[in-house]
Design a protein around this ligand. Structure first.
Ligand code: FES
Ligand code: FE2
Length: 461
């Protein structure tokens, strides 16, 4: 029997395969290359979920703005005269012309280049040329820019959703909020981004990034073997595989490399300099959160759908410098089923010295950036995942990918019940439940009717 038929929409068939395959750890390869799946993702995932847009430190002053994406669409993230953050669809109400022509800047208004309609930083229509003759009597207030349905922020991370039926940001993040606290909220200063984001396009599917940052630690020993050879990372591969995989809540997954106890030598608090680590206290977070952060060498995680976070000790030059903490946040910005634009920001705690920030930034550039050693390793295989995903062979053969690591009876990864934080925890990072969690929620979103939401907690599940 063959699957090679003239289907007009393959997405339903591929999602049915995903639904049947998830419980046994098998995913249809076409998920990573199907055009129909991608079209459905734009509507059902990016058109509905909370997506990350910017960090508040990128727009500190009134009138500051950056141009960002929700799915493929441009949105202006702007701080208005009252200091509120607005997320405005970058399209003039008159004919839909793009009104914002710069990546970032400061302005009191946006003026459309076509006929000159002018909007304030809240998106209100405030004027147009020859107003009296052209539009005198028309209601200005109902002709402002369209905005995201909801905007929210946590630790300065700005998210928005286009769906008015979306849960609150806190409910959407669920257990993931606890983990964001212990990465971004370790002291009262919080973090800031260092410069503008790097952007680069690769011929891969956006889900490869989300899948990898949900906790694919297994690839480190093969794909990134050279990183150990040049001494860029201070923990051996085997020790680094010790730690927890966490399904924080449906869709959101993460992974910790963790020292077995507090006395273990090696980096603490992801490698932050001791002077900075001394300012990390349980004033704003719990003792449990602080203890987890103290023992952590690496944190890597993904907020569904496409926002990833990585904190780890890295060095720009193993021969001359000890490793220091690198904190990168990134989005896997979809461009098509076979292209993703990676947006990559480096962050630092605000109370780090300029020199400490520069070292962290340079170590990040050398490892997780367009020309970084880790990044270049990662992107090449992802390009071939997308090629497999769009292949005729994957469709005709019903080619399945294996996601079985850590399932009962497979490998040493196993659930633990004494984990201090929210979610489902597994010991040792030889485990792929984190990815199955990502794809289960993904399936729920892809199959949901408008207004319907898949379970946001494991209790409802
Ligand atoms: S399209 Fe913007 S003013 Fe006409
Ligand atoms: Fe990697």
């Amino acid at each position: 029997m063959t699957n090679f038929t003239n289907r007009t929409d393959n997405s339903e068939r591929i999602l049915d395969q995903l639904e049947a395959g998830l419980p046994v750890g098998e995913l249809p390869a076409s998920l990573y290359g199907s055009k129909e799946i991608y079209e459905r993702e734009k509507r059902n995932v990016f058109g509905r979920c909370w997506v990350f847009l910017a960090h508040e430190s990128e727009i500190p002053a009134k009138g500051d703005y950056v141009l960002r994406k929700v799915g493929e669409d441009n949105f202006v993230v702007v701080r208005d005269e009252q200091g509120e953050i607005n997320v405005l669809f970058d399209a003039c109400r008159h004919r839909g012309v793009q009104i914002c022509r710069a990546d970032s800047g400061n302005t009191s208004h946006f003026r459309c280049p076509y006929h000159g309609w002018t909007y304030d930083t809240k998106g209100n229509l405030i004027g147009a040329p020859l107003w009296k003759n052209a539009f005198g009597g028309m209601d200005k207030s109902s002709n402002g820019l369209a905005g995201a349905a909801k905007v929210g922020s946590k630790h300065g991370l700005i998210f928005a959703t286009l769906d008015p039926t979306a849960p609150s940001l806190d409910d959407y993040l669920g257990g993931m909020g606890w983990y964001l606290d212990l990465v971004f909220g370790l002291n009262e200063h919080g973090v800031e981004v260092l410069g503008a984001p790097q952007r680069f396009v690769i011929d891969a599917n956006w889900k490869s990034g989300a899948d990898n940052f949900s906790g694919d630690d297994y690839h480190l020993g093969t794909l990134h073997k050279s990183v150990w050879e040049i001494g860029a990372f201070p923990v051996s591969f085997q020790d680094n595989m010790m730690g927890y995989h966490i399904q924080a809540s449906p869709g959101h997954s993460l992974s910790f490399s963790m020292a077995p106890n507090d006395d273990e030598p090696g980096p603490k608090f992801f490698g932050y300099p001791e002077r900075v680590a001394e300012t990390f206290t349980s004033e704003r977070i719990s003792e449990d959160q602080l203890n987890v952060a103290r023992r952590s060498r690496v944190f890597v995680g993904n907020v569904f759908p496409n926002f990833s976070i990585l904190a780890l000790p890295m060095t720009e030059d193993g021969a001359n410098f000890p490793p220091t903490a690198v904190l990168t946040i990134r989005t896997w910005q979809p461009v098509s089923e076979g292209k993703v634009e990676i947006w990559n920001w480096f962050c630092a705690y605000k109370n780090m010295t300029e020199e400490e920030k520069q070292r962290s930034y340079r170590a990040g550039l050398g490892t997780f950036s367009m020309g970084g050693s880790f990044e270049m390793d990662d992107t090449e295989p992802w390009i071939t995942v997308a090629r497999t995903g769009r292949s005729t062979a994957a469709e005709v053969l019903d080619f399945k990918l294996n996601y079985q690591m850590g399932m009962p009876g497979i490998g040493i990864g196993h659930p633990v019940d004494d984990w201090a934080g929210p979610g489902k925890a597994f010991w040792t990072r030889y485990e792929e439940g984190v990815q199955r969690n990502l794809f289960k929620f993904y399936l729920g979103m892809m199959k949901a009717e408008p207004g319907q939401w898949p379970a946001l907690t494991f209790d409802e599940d």
